[in-house]
Design a protein around this ligand. Structure first.
Ligand code: UDP
Ligand code: MG
Length: 335
């Protein structure tokens, strides 16, 4: 039997930590879906604009399941440009998902989002960042001279902008503009679902962001095709409902449903009481009174609204407590 008598050697001191890949100051994020012809000119312009500035930078392009060879071109560009990071989706998940993935991968202190079709001008990036550094959390681009078809795109978009600014707390001219600059923590805290990228300013405001806007250049699409048509206007209306509900009642659903429930119960109760009195004391026949049906219906819906509010209250507790999500956002703590 042998005994190992060698004493363990002390581990060699670790070399001083040198971060091989320090965090950049600026992350530019771009959703890409079937933009094969735009990718090379886009990277060329980004390269010129970003190398002219003094900020350390990275660009994150998310390939949203392109089917036109964009993914292969991105691989090639990734080898050519050291600042380019590429995230590739397994299939098409939509612009909102692509933006969310890009935000999750971005490491910069400042994040700028940009369309991948060269309709937004990368030359605006330094101006947006400068504006952000005047003390804002979000600077929204405003395509003052928007180069898209009028009936199909500009008019629906103008109406949408008007309604959104009426119903949400943020007053901007152009919610749909992808060209935006964010402080990192705002972009990272955004919870994006469905087609919600249009509501980023409203969602950011719910996080307590200070928001401003700034005119930016807009070019007509010269290569590739637009991914959207008139149909998305309907989705915008439904999304608006969600955003409005979440920003006002996400932590107190019973206030909304309770109010509806009480009104419904009150009116239903009143109707049935009047009919009941007529039947009991004045011998009025109720078999031919449609009002009775309305009164009963209102009572039933009233009870349903009230219980829906209570279920909502339980759901938000599960949401916040099971994931330890606070119901507030802290700016900073002075100790
Ligand atoms: N896009 C995407 N996934 C989609 C649709 C679009 O990543 O499912 C990207 C697209 O490649 C472009 C940006 O989102 O970079 C805006 O799309 P598009 O230019 O078609 O929209 P428009 O400018 O017409 O509003
Ligand atoms: Mg476009």
């Amino acid at each position: 039997m042998t005994h190992d008598t060698t004493t363990p050697q002390p581990a060699a001191p670790a070399p001083p930590a040198v971060n091989p890949d320090p965090e950049p100051y600026l992350s530019v994020v771009v959703p890409i879906y079937n933009e094969a012809e735009n990718l090379r000119p886009l990277c060329q312009t980004l390269s010129e604009v970003l190398s002219a500035g003094s900020w350390s930078h990275e660009v994150i392009m998310v390939d949203d399941g392109s089917t036109d060879g964009s993914a292969d071109i991105l691989v090639e560009l990734h080898q050519a440009y050291s600042w380019l990071k590429v995230v590739r989706f397994r299939r098409n998940f939509g612009q909102t998902a692509a933006l969310a993935a890009a935000f999750a991968h971005a490491r910069g202190e400042v994040i700028v989002s940009l369309d991948g079709d060269l309709q937004n001008d990368p030359a605006d990036i330094p101006k947006l960042v400068a504006k952000l550094n005047e003390g804002y959390d979000l600077v929204n681009g405003w395509r003052v001279d928007r180069q898209d078809p009028f009936w199909q795109r500009r008019l629906p978009s103008q109406i949408a902008n008007w309604v959104i600014s009426l119903l949400t707390q943020v007053k901007l001219h152009d919610y749909g503009c992808t060209l935006k600059a964010f402080r990192r923590h705002i972009a990272k805290d955004l919870k994006l679902y469905g087609e919600m990228h249009r509501f980023i300013p409203a969602l950011a405001r719910d996080l307590g962001a200070t928001i401003t806007e700034m005119p930016v250049t807009h070019h007509p699409r010269t290569r590739g095709t637009s991914k959207y048509g008139l149909a998305r206007t309907l989705w915008v209306i439904l999304d608006l409902l969600t955003v409005k509900f979440l920003s006002s009642y996400a932590t107190r659903p019973s206030h909304l449903f309770g109010l509806l429930g009480f009104v419904s119960l009150l009116v239903g109760g009143l109707i049935t009481t009047v009919l009941g009195v007529q039947r009991l004391f004045f011998a009025v026949e109720l078999s031919n009174r449609p009002l009775l049906l309305l009164g009963l219906l209102l009572i039933v819906t009233g009870v349903q609204f009230l219980t829906m509010g209570l279920i909502g209250e339980m759901l938000i507790r599960t949401y916040h407590e099971s994931q330890e999500k606070p119901i507030y956002w802290i700016k900073d703590v002075l100790e």
